[in-house]
Design a protein around this ligand. Structure first.
Ligand code: FAD
Length: 276
């Protein structure tokens, strides 16, 4: 592919100064499941058309694919059916489906034997990593986008955007005709609570990176308070009870109980294509 990049070579930056800059048809910011699903679609379109398809590049801040790595608790499960993977509902024949991943890993029959469409998050993360591995040519890892600016043409119109990313070697600039920003959520803490990179206050998104460093003694009588009544709060409460048998673990909830994900038939219809 003329625009091809790889995670080892790094993406092609727009050269400064003279020379015609490379302009992508599409640039994606972030390479989580949202932009990965888009990358899968574009890859399939390119394969079907027999050419390179539209020129594209996805810039990802992480150094490698990872799906909420700070919350990859062993035993935690996917909250929605795995058939809503990166491809199946759009194209069940795609080579990027979860079932194809299972077949490639030699786990298809074992999975079917579970009679369960809610695999562990660890396995789904492995599936995403498997897909990302096949799309490496259109992803630049270790590139955190720091600014997006319009490129104004002589007639005053804007037909391109200039995107700047920070990488290990400094700032890199890219140009694109279309931009898809899928940077995910931002960790939130209540007013007055400051989470430092190190220290006894942890945010869920870095939990697995920090918990053993900050609380190394599994048998110590630590006193934990888990703030938050959603899925993550419940999972962390359970994790602490199971991994620190002598600790006192308190759940601080705004409501009277945990709030489960609404998976009712009625609510799920908002994800039907005709609702978009
Ligand atoms: C613990 C947890 C479990 C979840 N489980 C489920 C589930 O089972 N089912 C479900 O449907 N949803 C679940 N969710 C919801 C979750 O939002 C989606 O699963 C999914 O991750 C959303 O994908 P995304 O690509 O929009 O965002 P993200 O997955 O957050 O990906 C965004 C990506 O953008 C990158 N990025 C951010 N800023 C920049 C930047 N400036 N430059 C470059 N890259 C950047 C990030 O590094 C990241 O890789 C869960 C969420 C959490 C936190």
């Amino acid at each position: 592919m003329s625009h091809a990049t790889s995670s080892t070579q790094g993406p092609r930056a727009v050269p400064d100064g003279s020379g015609a800059p490379a302009v992508y048809d599409l640039l994606g910011v972030g390479f989580g499941p949202a932009n990965m699903a888009l990358a899968v679609l574009l890859e399939e379109m390119a394969e079907a058309s027999g050419d390179d398809g539209i020129s594209r590049l996805f810039l990802e801040a992480r150094s490698q694919p990872a799906w909420h790595p700070g919350m990859l608790l062993e035993g935690s499960l996917l909250q929605i059916t795995v058939l809503k993977d990166l491809a199946t509902v759009r194209n069940p024949c795609s080579r990027f489906t979860f079932l194809k991943y299972l077949q490639d890993k030699g786990r298809l029959f074992e999975f079917l034997n579970l009679r369960d469409l809610f695999p562990s998050r660890l396995e789904f993360n492995d599936y995403l990593t498997w897909v990302a591995g096949q799309l490496g040519g259109s992803v630049g890892y270790d590139r955190r986008v720091t600014s997006i600016a319009p490129v104004t043409s002589d007639d005053g119109g804007v037909e391109e955007l200039e995107v700047t990313a920070r990488s290990a070697t400094g700032a890199e600039r890219f140009r694109t005709r279309n931009l898809v920003v899928a940077t995910g959520g931002v960790p939130w803490t209540p007013d007055g609570v400051e989470v430092a990179p190190e220290g006894p206050i942890l945010h869920a998104h870095r939990f697995m990176h920090s918990i053993r460093r900050e609380f190394p003694d599994r048998d110590a009588p630590y006193r934990f308070v888990v703030v938050g009544g959603g899925q993550s709060g419940a999972e962390l409460f359970l994790y602490l009870l199971e991994h620190y048998p002598n600790a006192e673990v308190t759940a601080a909830l705004r409501r009277f109980g945990y709030k489960p994900v609404d998976e009712s038939d009625f609510t799920n219809t908002i994800f039907f294509p005709e609702m978009v």
